[in-house]
Design a binder for this molecule. Sequence first.
Ligand code: ADP
Ligand code: MG
Length: 731
Amino acid sequence: MSSSLRFEVVGEAFKKKAIEVPAPSERPSEFFAKYVFTRQKMYKYLPADVFKKMCDVMDNGATLDLATADKVAEGMKKWAMELGVTHCTHWFQPLTEGTAEKHDAFLEHDYKGGMVEEFSGKLLVQQEPDASSFPSGGIRSTFEARGYSAWDPASPVFVIGDTLMIPTVFISYTGEALDYKAPLKKALHAVDRAATDVCRYFYPDVKKVISNLGWEQEYFLVDEGLYAARPDLLMTGRTLMGHDSAKNQQMDDHYFGSIPGRVAAFMKDLEIQALELGIPCKTRHNEVAPNQFELAPIYEETNLAIDHNMLLMSVMKKVARKHGFRCLLHEKPFAGINGSGKHNNWSLATDTGILLHGPGKTPMDNLRFVTFIVETLMAVHRHNGLLKASIMSATNAHRLGAHEAPPAIISSFLGKQLSDVLDHLEKSTDDELIDLAGKHGMKLDIPQIPELMIDNTDRNRTSPFAFTGNRFEFRAVGSQANCAASMIVLNAAMAEALIHFKSRVDTLIQAGMDKMKAILKVVRDDIKTCRPIHFDGNGYSEEWKKEAAQRGLDVEASCPLVFDRYLDENSVKMFALTHVFTRPEIEARNEIKWETYTKKVQIEARIFGDMCLNHIIPVATRYQSALVKNVHDLQAIFPAEGTAGQLNAMNISLIKQISEHSSYIAEHVEKLIEARKVANRIKSEREKAIAYHDTVAPMLEDIRRHVDKLELIVDDEIWPLPKYRELLFIR
Ligand code: ADP
Ligand code: MG
């Protein structure tokens, strides 16, 4: 790109005005889920007996027979065609990023020489997309070549444009999961069963336990023209070079600031579309970094919440383009300012109320509350390394451990009140009354436990897994990640903790101990066991890293090595107990993780090399030549000076610096290519990823520093790439 093109796109970006988004004619409560085949619509479009069956399928996991499916499909088709729908697709979440779809027209031969719109139960329930182009980590070669997608009736179908979208799981012909949804549903089933069993100690009537998820999606917006002028953003989603802007987030003037016009129009448009798709958008605001924003819906059942997040991410990208933006979901698009995450607010609830909710009204409520808190901590403690693995990726690795983000160590923040409760409980004896009323407005009477007041007034932003009043907030999840990865591990680990809890309590009860006392004893033991995971201090501090290691927490930060945690004996056992993954499935999925890691770094390294050699060095040389010419010109006018004289001191210094940086860049880009070649020859995916992590990735950072120095030296007019100040401050 010539310099004038950079100025042109910057100029264009400045001139752009907000697109008018007409106000909807209805209220949000009226157009909410307009494009979703909701229960109300089922009631309207399905025969009464079919509707009843569908409710049984959705609420109690009953199996759907083909005859019913046919009738459901008929009703769905009618509804969809009224919206102008002509096609349908199974919509699934393969182990690549994002979602996948393959559209089929409703059209069929009518065998009378014409065509007819058809949509059968079979097509609704099952499809066989060619699985061979999706990553399977060798599952297909080991097992069976075909894969199929199967409808998930727990997530309603919806319409986008002219297409009926059917959420599905994606599995190999032999039943191994090739996606995120299948294992997620298994984990949710496991936690439902285990938590229901434990709940019945307290409330014998509980029928089921639901896992809830409320995600908070962070993202950046960048003007489309500027984005197009940055090959790195275009190809990798992040800037691989670029000097800090003089002003970035140091003034803290962006967070919760007023939302700029073009962005406000985008948000409004996005919210309308998301609401129409049944995503219950609630909160929108500016984030800490310039051009960074957040959207959060009201929490929903985890499976549905994840589908909604996947859907939202794709809608966001589309709407952004309509408004002349690109939406960046990368975890670290810009060095030196905050990256983006996706807090996962997680809780369990029965059909009657939230389990992580204090205060309780009865002693039973409080003991239930403490039990579920402590068993969550047990799960997080036992699988802290695995939880970290579940949120680790080549892109999120840039964020973890950086200053604004939680460190690459999983610990849990409880706050003063809850910490006190657990401390006192641990130290108390069975019949002792634990009274915190005087100190903290909290009274914990055991075994007769009255009211508990836990609120979330003291918040700790540095903790990756914080208790916030009625839920835990898993904050280390990456902004572009599929939340399913972390939710599979968290829910399955919780199921395991509850299964272990129950078997120990039952053993004591069988030995003749009173139920309450048995529960208390196990809770007390567990408070001691999981103590190391509890940390309310500053998670960003250097001391914490040391202390965490002493506590036996996982402190590994290398992305490919963190993936090993999936194959730890502890993890394999937990996944087997909960029927979430078999060992071959875990092995296959890890192969994909390592392969994906390698590919990401490989692509970055290639683009980076190109940019250095084709963009940066040529302009640096051009500027240097101009300086050299200037030296000669000056000498021609002042021959007595000599080229190295006082008059030329600045020129000579710049010429030297440019030479130094340019030759460093050229030489090290060569080395970078060499390092890639060496890594590429490695056969094992794991070893290759390690090589990319240890040799290739650090070179990008190292060389970048020299490029960024050149950016400061070279004439602004010929610098080819939009600068940080332009990318970040234009709306
Ligand atoms: P903050 O930024 O203060 O953490 P937000 O309001 O942005 O809070 O987001 C909090 C998210 O947590 C929302 O999606 C909200 O619906 C969700 N949430 C609230 N209570 C629960 C709960 N019990 N379980 C799961 N999610 C919850
Ligand atoms: Mg939050």
